[in-house]
Design a protein around this ligand. Sequence first.
Ligand code: GDP
Length: 175
Amino acid sequence: LDECPSEYKVLVIGGSGVGKSAIVSQFTTSEFLGASDVQTDAVEQRTSVSVILNQEESVLELIEENSLANLNDAGSEKEVDAFMLVYSCADRGSFRSAQVALRRLREETGRGKPVMIVANKVDLARKRQVSQDEGKNLANSYNCKYIETSAALNHNVDELLAGVLSQIRLLQCGQ
Ligand code: GDP
């Protein structure tokens, strides 16, 4: 499709310490990574990766944010194509923050845009504070997708990257 863009912005949002940087850094070694390079701007916490999915290349710019409050200041929310809302399943406080952020996303900035709920650190099974059901219920009640990841073990991280890109393409390009 000619009108289908090939560059997208994804906001990776979640409390400090939930693993956003660790996830994005695993993206830069993904099996879906294109031949072209990875670009990072450490100061702004922006990383661009070229992703090849279904033989088509897209560039995803991943912007890390600790708080939705920063969004309005940056004025960038309208440019964002999708959200990865990350919490640590070993930190209930980060789940509560995700609940608040999701409500805001759905009511304001992110209305109608794909949101992936990411329960990270599933490797910390014995320290788990947020169950799979709680995460799934949150996602279902706001019509979002849910995925469990471990950036430490590189578990489901490629699936997260591919999942968000396919949701964006489905919405914007119908494919
Ligand atoms: P950010 O503040 O959200 O960007 O979080 P970081 O990516 O800096 O991660 C915070 C801490 O959690 C670091 O010590 C990471 O090594 C650790 N971490 C990140 N992801 C995981 C994970 O999946 N499992 C475990 N056990 N630790 C993780």
